[in-house]
Design a protein around this ligand. Structure first.
Ligand code: PLP
Length: 313
């Protein structure tokens, strides 16, 4: 059996879905899937902070796009109520974990809304794979929504530590994508070594859950250190922990000064995040030691005080 088919079989089993298709990246998985399954007659109901790959997939599909305010389930429900008599299919789509803020999508209520309105439910678990749920199975497992989410996308490029993206769902959906998702059809797949590295990562996820415990332990420790120092870490609930700075110029200058002091943390400004909400994004891993986290918090605090990001006490 080809190692690619073995990887797809393994991911489907891990996610408790009928089938899986692996793309070259998470970006290709989102954009290729949304653009393949919808037509200009259809409707997409999409969270305002969904990832760029979802937005591009929506645009490529030429379906009608309805954006709801971030995590506002009532607004999503209202859009679907208003579309009740409209023809075409409806796709309700959200990130599982939002990449810039580290907050978790309100999946239980979104899934209910999708079910009551007959909408297709799709989740992008790029930042939840390997992080949330048993053994890092993602948000569907975290919330116990098995069998109620039609399409689960994930990336192999983040916590899994390799490269690629996957789509899990029904056998019919995956067969359809094999024949209609353009990045799958018209672009070369991973070399076997990449697929083998992904398989090895799933082996680790299944057999070494203590790594995920360590990740969460580190996350709690580092967030507490940042909050005690007085940083604003926004709405983060996961290892992605932004340090809100405000203006993009300041975020980039802060990031550069951190780097000079021995800490790598990227500055992010408009258009990646809304204007006035620039930040430095920090992410801890399972392999950070307490000493490294203490050192990072110390550098952040010292540099932030010097630059006026934090007030001197
Ligand atoms: C929420 C989200 N979805 C999808 C992607 C794309 O994943 P990949 O880097 O594997 O293309 C990213 C990565 O930047 C992401 O943050």
């Amino acid at each position: 059996m080809s190692i690619h088919i073995e990887l797809e079989r393994r991911i489907a089993q891990f996610k408790h879905t009928e089938a899986c298709v692996v793309f070259q990246s998470g970006f290709a998985a989102n954009a290729g899937t949304v653009s393949a399954i919808l037509t200009p007659e259809d409707h997409i109901i999409s969270d305002a902070l969904n990832h760029a790959s979802i937005i591009d997939g929506c645009r490529l599909s030429r379906a009608k796009i309805h954006v709801f305010a971030h995590r506002d389930t009532a607004a999503a429900g209202k859009i679907l109520d208003d579309l009740a008599g409209a023809s075409g299919r409806k796709l309700l789509i959200t990130d599982g974990v939002f990449s810039m803020d580290g907050d978790i999508g309100p999946l239980p209520s979104l899934v209910e809304i999708a079910e009551s309105h007959g909408a297709i439910m799709m989740i992008d678990d790029a930042h939840s794979s390997g992080v949330l749920g048993r053994n890092g199975r993602g948000t569907v497992d975290h919330f116990g929504l098995h069998g109620r989410v039609d399409i689960q996308v994930g990336t192999l490029s983040k916590a899994v530590g390799v490269l690629g993206g996957y789509v899990c769902g029904s056998r019919d959906l995956i067969e359809f994508l094999y024949h209609r998702a353009r990045p799958f059809l018209f672009s070369t797949s991973h070399p076997p070594g990449v697929a083998a590295a992904c398989l090895a990562a799933f082996e680790i996820l299944e057999n070494e859950p203590e790594r995920i415990e360590k990740l969460w332990d580190n996350t709690r420790y580092f967030k507490a250190a940042l909050n005690n120092a007085g940083f604003d870490t926004g709405q983060s609930e996961t290892p992605i922990t932004p340090i809100m700075v405000g203006e993009a110029k300041m975020a980039h200058a802060f990031s550069a000064a951190l780097f000079e002091n021995g800490l790598f943390a990227t500055g992010i400004g408009f258009p990646t995040v809304p204007e006035g909400k620039a930040r430095v994004r920090t992410i801890v891993t399972a392999t950070h030691t307490r000493e490294l986290l203490d050192r990072a918090a110390e550098i952040l605090t010292r540099v932030a005080k010097k630059m006026g990001v934090l007030r001197e006490n």
